[in-house]
Design a protein around this ligand. Structure first.
Ligand SMILES: [Zn+2]
Length: 416
């Protein structure tokens, strides 16, 4: 094995701490993989020399489009791909803040090019895929990740295959096809085996989760660090808590790593508590936390409004971010999700159901006395509500049609 160059950038196993030079990794940490464990690889940068000059300028300028502005702390890229992702608003929620006695902000990731946070992930991952010489990338997705991969692969001139399952978003599958991706569905339990064959025998690179199952990509998760940079840069400090809708666990871990970068460089003087927001339908994080487990048990994946976070298998890196930050996890009910969706809609926002798990969790944790009065709390809103027509259909009936319109007919269906 060649010596690991830790002068600038390297990968380090979250589980066994072994270090590796930047390169191609499809199954997470090779040592853990050989021993039958799953070891997510964490991307690390040597910050001993202090804040890199370009990063300092980006930090001072505040959130703006194109995450490669933070390129000093991302995997080195010869030709970075960008659709001007990032630079999303951090919006102060005045009514909610007043009601709860907190300073509540939402980090509105629906403002990204494909209307979700996954653009940050895909920008890094597809850049690295092309740099490593791949022409074909594959991901499994309920919708957001697949759409982002399809869009960035189109930009890069790479082929993309997105594998969904019957209850993943049909609308988004069609959007992926418009971008030129090949899209298929199959029973969810069959997807892992199919992807493994494609990767091992047919030259496809996996660009999904960083937590091996068994396939992994160690680079996309670094895109989420930029959410942390932007939140702290907007506030001029770390918030007290960051609430993140959590499925596989990459986003909560990535944001936590971003906050740690800032802390290591002395740009913020404390770290936030990370809160992993899941649903009563499936909540492996809360289960592990409440039993003081250091490993995560796989849970069933029943239907829920919050399709994009219904993942019975959450990565151990997410759990580690909760323990390291002194944070917590939640499991909100479908009713609480509905109330949170309507609460946000009444303020003019329509967020995807999974994202509103953060708002539902905020209200629940506030009722349980989790926050101190006046704390600053950020809810990360990962995607747009308009991407999930099945959820919309469950929230409201179709609008009435007036075939022979008259005031009397209108009065039959609404109050005048
Ligand atoms: Zn390892």
């Amino acid at each position: 094995m060649t010596a690991v160059n830790t002068d600038v950038q390297w990968l380090q196993c979250v589980r066994c701490d072994e270090r590796f030079s930047i390169g191609e990794f499809k199954f997470g940490c090779p040592t853990c993989f050989q021993e039958g464990r799953e070891g997510p690889l964490d991307f690390q940068v040597n910050l001993e020399a202090g804040v890199p000059k370009d990063f300092q300028a980006a930090w001072e300028a505040g959130p703006q489009h194109n995450i490669w502005r933070y390129g000093d702390l991302l995997p080195a890229a010869d030709a970075p791909l960008s659709l001007d992702e990032g630079g999303t608003p951090l919006t102060y929620m005045d009514a909610l803040s007043e009601e709860l006695g907190l300073n509540v902000y939402v980090k509105n990731e629906t403002m990204n090019p494909t209307w979700s946070f996954k653009d940050r992930h895909a920008a890094v991952n597809i850049t690295l895929a092309r740099q490593l010489g791949y022409t074909k990338v594959v991901a499994s997705s309920t919708g957001n990740a697949g759409q982002a991969v399809a869009a960035y692969a189109a930009l890069a001139g790479l082929r993309a295959l997105i594998i969904g399952y019957p209850t993943s978003s049909e609308l988004l599958r069609r959007v992926m096809q418009i971008h030129g991706a090949s899209v298929v569905t199959m029973p969810k339990p069959e997807i892992g085996g199919m992807m493994r064959q494609l990767v091992e025998d047919h030259g496809w690179l996996p660009v999904g989760s960083s937590d091996p199952n068994p396939l992994a990509s160690p680079y996309g998760v670094t895109g989420y660090k930029t959410i942390g940079y932007e939140i702290a840069s907007s506030l001029g400090a770390s918030p007290d808590a960051v609430l993140v809708p959590t499925g596989g666990g990459d986003s909560i871990y990535g944001i936590w790593r971003g906050m740690n970068d800032l802390h290591d460089m002395g740009l913020i003087d404390r770290l936030p508590r990370m809160v992993g927001c899941q649903t009563e339908a499936t909540h492996p994080l809360l289960h592990a936390l409440s039993h003081n487990h250091t490993e995560i048990e796989v849970q069933p994946e029943p239907d829920s409004l919050a399709t994009s976070i219904i993942e019975g298998r959450c990565g151990v890196h997410a759990l580690r971010s909760l323990y390291a930050s002194g944070g917590t996890a939640t499991a909100v009910t479908e009713d609480e999700l509905r109330q949170a969706i309507r609460r946000m809609a009444s303020r003019g926002f329509f967020f995807e159901s999974a994202s509103t798990a953060t708002i539902a969790s905020l209200v629940r944790l506030h009722e349980e006395g989790y926050f101190k009065p006046g704390e600053t709390v950020v809810c990360v809103i990962t995607g747009s509500g308009v991407k999930w027509p099945d959820a919309i259909n469950q929230l409201v009936p179709a609008a009435p049609h007036l075939e022979q319109p008259s005031i009397a007919a209108l009065a039959d269906v609404m109050e005048l």
